[in-house]
Design a protein around this ligand. Structure first.
Ligand code: CUA
Length: 347
C-alpha cells in the first residue's frame, strides 16, 4: 500500500503538468474543440459521438472486469478448481451484436458527414473561390474570380461558402484551420485537393501546416481574417489598386532591384513569391512574427520592427526559407521597412 502511494505521489506532478498543458487547448482561434463554423461543428460532433461511445464501452467493460475479479477471486484456503466453461451462445450473441450496433451508430453519421463535407463547390458562383498553393514555408492565396493573389493572410467574407482548391509548389504540406475546418493535404505531383468551409463569425483565426515539410514546418503559419461582405469587396478593390514606389530614388531603386525582383507590391514586381501588397495591415510578418505589443506572443513587435527583423535575418527566423539575406545599410533597412509598413489597405 505504501509503495502505491509513493508511485502516485511521483505521478502527481506529471498529471498536474498534463492538466496545465491541456488547459491551454481551448483557444477559440486555434482549437478543434472550440469550433467557430458549421464545418468545424459537424466534425466536432463526430468527435463527441465517438468519444461518448468509447467512454461508455470503457466504463461497461471495466465494471464487468472489476466485478468478476472481485466476485470470483480465489479466497484464502480455497484449493478447488473452478468450473471450466467452454462456449456460451447467449454471451457470444451479446458480445457480437452490441459492437455491431455501436458500429452502426458510429458509422452512419460518420459516412454521411464524410460524404457531405466532400461536396464540390468549385463551380458554385456564390462561393468564394480560393486557390491555395503551399510553398516551403509560406502560403499563397489566389482568388481567380477577382484576379488577385496574396500571401500568408486569407481574407474572406462571413456570408459565403469558401471553396478551396489546394496544391503544392514543392513538397507535401497540409492546409489546416483548426477552428474552422479539417485539414487537407497538398500532394506533390500536380494533384489538387478540394474542401470547403464557412466562417460566420468575424475575427482572426490561426492556420497551420499540418504535415512535416522541412526545418521550418512548425513556422508555416498563416492567418484567416473573416470580415463582412462590404469590407471584403473594399479589400479586393484595394488589393488591385496601384501602389507608388518610395519617393527617395535610392530606396525606390533598392526596393525595385532587391525586393521586387521576387515580391510584388500592388501592380509592381513579380508574382512568384509572397505578394506584399498591404503587408502593413496584416497580422504578421512572414506568417510567424506577430504584429502586436501583446506580451503573450513571443515574437511581438510592430509591423516595422518585425519587417526589419525578418529582412535582417530570414534564415535565423525561418531556416531553409528561400528568402535571401539582402545586404543594406541600417538607414536603407529603416527606409525599406518603413515603406513596407506604410503599405496598408483600407477596408
Ligand atoms: Cu508545410 Cu509543414
Amino acid at each position: 500500500m505504501m509503495n502505491r502511494w509513493h508511485v502516485l505521489k511521483r505521478l502527481m506532478p506529471l498529471l498536474a503538468g498534463m492538466v496545465l498543458l491541456l488547459s491551454a487547448c481551448g483557444r477559440a482561434d486555434l482549437s478543434t474543440l472550440r469550433p467557430q463554423g458549421p464545418v468545424a461543428e459537424e466534425q466536432f460532433g463526430l468527435m463527441k459521438l465517438s468519444i461518448t461511445i468509447m467512454i461508455l464501452v470503457v466504463i461497461v467493460v471495466f465494471a464487468i472486469a472489476l466485478y468478476v475479479i472481485i466476485r470470483f477471486r480465489r479466497r484464502p484456503g480455497d484449493k478447488t478448481v473452478p468450473v471450466q466453461v467452454e462456449g456460451n451462445h447467449k454471451l457470444e450473441v451479446i458480445w457480437t451484436v452490441i459492437p455491431i450496433i455501436l458500429l452502426i451508430i458510429l458509422g452512419v453519421p460518420t459516412i454521411k458527414t464524410v460524404f457531405g463535407l466532400a461536396e464540390d463547390y468549385t463551380k458554385d458562383p456564390n462561393a468564394v473561390q480560393v486557390k491555395v498553393t503551399a510553398h516551403q514555408y509560406w502560403w499563397e492565396f489566389e482568388y481567380p474570380t477577382y484576379e488577385i493573389k496574396t500571401a500568408q493572410e486569407l481574407l474572406i467574407p462571413d456570408d459565403a461558402v469558401i471553396s478551396i482548391e489546394a496544391k503544392t509548389a514543392d513538397v507535401l504540406h497540409s492546409f489546416w484551420i483548426p477552428s474552422l475546418a479539417g485539414k487537407i493535404d497538398t500532394n506533390p505531383g500536380g494533384n489538387v485537393n478540394i474542401m470547403y468551409f464557412e466562417a460566420p463569425k468575424q475575427g482572426v483565426y490561426l492556420g497551420k501546416c499540418a504535415e512535416l515539410c522541412g526545418p521550418s514546418h512548425s513556422l508555416m503559419d498563416f492567418k484567416v481574417k473573416v470580415v463582412d461582405r462590404a469590407s471584403f469587396e473594399r479589400w479586393v478593390a484595394a488589393q488591385k489598386s496601384p501602389v507608388a514606389l518610395p519617393a527617395d530614388q535610392e530606396i525606390a531603386d533598392l526596393l525595385t532591384n532587391q525586393c521586387l525582383s521576387c515580391h510584388a507590391v500592388g501592380d509592381k514586381g513579380g508574382l512568384m513569391y509572397p505578394n506584399l501588397t498591404g503587408i502593413g495591415s496584416r497580422e504578421s510578418v512572414a506568417g510567424i512574427l506577430i504584429n502586436t505589443d501583446d506580451p503573450k506572443y513571443a515574437n511581438e513587435g510592430s509591423v516595422e520592427e518585425n519587417l526589419k527583423a525578418w529582412i535582417k535575418d530570414p534564415q535565423g527566423i525561418k531556416p531553409g526559407s528561400l528568402m535571401p539575406k539582402v545586404e543594406m545599410s541600417e538607414q536603407q533597412l529603416d527606409a525599406i521597412a518603413k515603406y513596407l509598413a506604410d503599405l496598408k489597405l483600407d477596408y
